[in-house]
Write a protein that binds this ligand. Sequence first.
Ligand SMILES: *[C@@H]1O[C@H](CO)[C@@H](O)[C@H](O)[C@H]1NC(C)=O
Ligand SMILES: *[C@@H]1O[C@H](CO)[C@@H](O)[C@H](O)[C@H]1NC(C)=O
Ligand SMILES: *[C@@H]1O[C@H](CO)[C@@H](O)[C@H](O)[C@H]1NC(C)=O
Ligand SMILES: *[C@@H]1O[C@H](CO)[C@@H](O)[C@H](O)[C@H]1NC(C)=O
Ligand SMILES: *[C@@H]1O[C@H](CO)[C@@H](O)[C@H](O)[C@H]1NC(C)=O
Length: 423
Amino acid sequence: MCALRFIFIIVVLLTVGAVSSHNITAILSEFPEYSEFNNYLSQTKLADEINSRETITVLVLNNGVVSSLAGKHPLSVIKGVLSLHILLDYYDNKKLHAISDGTTLSTTLYQTTGNAPGKVGFVNITDLKGGKVGFGSAVSGSKLDSSYTKSVKQIPYNISVLEINAPIIAPGILTAPAPSADVNITGLLEKAGCKTFVKLITDTGVLKVFQSASAKGLTVFAPSDEAFKAAGIPDLSKLTNAELVALLQYHALASYTPKGSLKTTKDPLSTLATNGAGKFDLTVETAGDSVTLDSGVGTSRLASTVLDSTPLCIFTVDSLLLPTELFGKSPSPAPSLSPDTSPASSPAPVALSPEPAAAPSPFLSPPAPPTSSPTAGPAPSDGPTADSENSNATNGVEAVKVPSLVLSLAATWMSVMMTYVLC
Ligand SMILES: *[C@@H]1O[C@H](CO)[C@@H](O)[C@H](O)[C@H]1NC(C)=O
Ligand SMILES: *[C@@H]1O[C@H](CO)[C@@H](O)[C@H](O)[C@H]1NC(C)=O
Ligand SMILES: *[C@@H]1O[C@H](CO)[C@@H](O)[C@H](O)[C@H]1NC(C)=O
Ligand SMILES: *[C@@H]1O[C@H](CO)[C@@H](O)[C@H](O)[C@H]1NC(C)=O
Ligand SMILES: *[C@@H]1O[C@H](CO)[C@@H](O)[C@H](O)[C@H]1NC(C)=O
């Protein structure tokens, strides 16, 4: 009895601690009429994207409407359409009827995908006569084909779920080319500035592993060419072929995991190199919109999204991910990379030293380009920006970690106390 109470209390406290602001899957599960919409939010991972944001409005469609739309289109197109139904602003019934001048444009999640030209990623909301509210694409000439039917659920100023009667379709969105099974991964990566990585995965045959995994779900974290030149990077030519393969496979996950899903990830992620529980995994740290991967030896920031198209996701990262299994225990292949010895400054220098020759000590490299190397082209302007982002990200991560630590300590303490009281 006592043990049960104890477990129950711990579960309750942990749940309270772990709750983010909302869970769209749980919200919609109370409404069977939106189960299709809800399924697609999970399948496309848009649910994670919604849960990782505050101040958001989801325009839901009932099962009949979703079925007639979804039957005709591939998942990538459905994801595009649904993204247009996720407004990055908070609208409830009251706010819909109080739009100044009766009409406004709202940014949607589609706008953040990077493939929304002009106004394609915006939705026009217009308060029509007779209390009707119309929704349509913001692209000029579009009709307001959807109408607000009812309010479904609100958590004030965090998330609002409203029902509309027809899908909002922006021009071109339904005919967007589906990602073919033969996406040219190397071509995309070369264009994104990851030629060294491309050469390594091609030479070792890891590319074939990526290609065969990509049909079912694949996420690649490709280090930029600068990352391979950074000071403190271990000499890759000293690795055996098997170690090099493991290092490269460590840069990919066997699942479609877009940025929103990374942001809501709490458990360590297995990689393609994982060969046993807890081996070769990565942890994710989020601060605002910035996502950092931690290998245990060092951290690497997600720099850009090269492709986010179910089931394939390709990111560039600004440092090599060095697994502890290969680089953690040896005496000092990369002493400067250890976050334990200098948490504040180690991630930044690794990411910031584009020219190792000019920077014998990684700790000195960030200040160096602006002051002493007038010839370095992009470095001076890139350096300080990346530096400030990184330090803010670090601060953000610490700021997040401290309360959660306090919270879990408090939770443990309270559960111990409660056990005494109840037993
Ligand atoms: C809204 O979200 C913020 C931040 O996550 C949270 O502090 C606040 O309690 C939430 N409001 C409600 C009503 O849940
Ligand atoms: C959200 O709710 C669903 C269904 O209730 C649950 O399966 C899922 O684990 C929850 N997600 C998070 C991040 O809590
Ligand atoms: C929204 O669409 C209506 C009808 O096409 C148009 O009159 C209005 O100007 C648009 N609103 C905005 C803010 O562009
Ligand atoms: C992929 O792109 C690269 C670089 O653009 C090109 O050299 C290669 O031939 C392409 N591969 C295929 C299979 O199209
Ligand atoms: C970093 O934080 C400082 C103050 O905390 C702020 O002024 C600056 O704009 C932030 N930089 C970025 C890139 O967010």
